[in-house]
Design a protein around this ligand. Sequence first.
Ligand SMILES: [Zn+2]
Length: 189
Amino acid sequence: MAGTGYNVELMENIEGNCPHSGGLQAAVVSGFWCPICEAHLDLEDVERWVRAAGEARDEAYLTVEGDKFARIVLEERQREVYRRRKVLYELRSAPPAVATRPEMILVSYDFAQDSYECRIFYKEPRPAWGLERISVEADLDPILELRSHSDPNVRLASGKVEEFHLLRRRLVEQDALPLLRRVFYQNEL
Ligand SMILES: [Zn+2]
């Protein structure tokens, strides 16, 4: 969408803060957080954030008379209202974050990038905030950094990537054929 980046800038100017353009996720302890600015919000904050977009749109209504640029602004603000409402709706209808654990984690090694790709599979319905795919350099430090990630399932997956990494390294040292992928099922998580 061509207008999105512009739209984001616009809302930023109005509010002087992050538009949470990547959406919001359930935080580990309580409430929600934005993965871009890392702000923590409770439900009231999110509702206020939705109302702010509505007010910005209403302001744009007042200036729209016959002005083509103003009409574009109005349309973008309207889209932002819809986007924020959708975020709020999804947060309200989502089950609590801590209860949802992955069903399966697939770790595979990417030769070209010298990295691991990790895919997290959930039983339906998949949590709205759950990351499905992480990619990490095939080195112990970046893997260990994932241990402090805010998503509990990414922290869980980082342990499996570490396990896979150490196993691959051992096989390489023994001149054995290293594994390319490994599936971890729920009973191993
Ligand atoms: Zn944000």
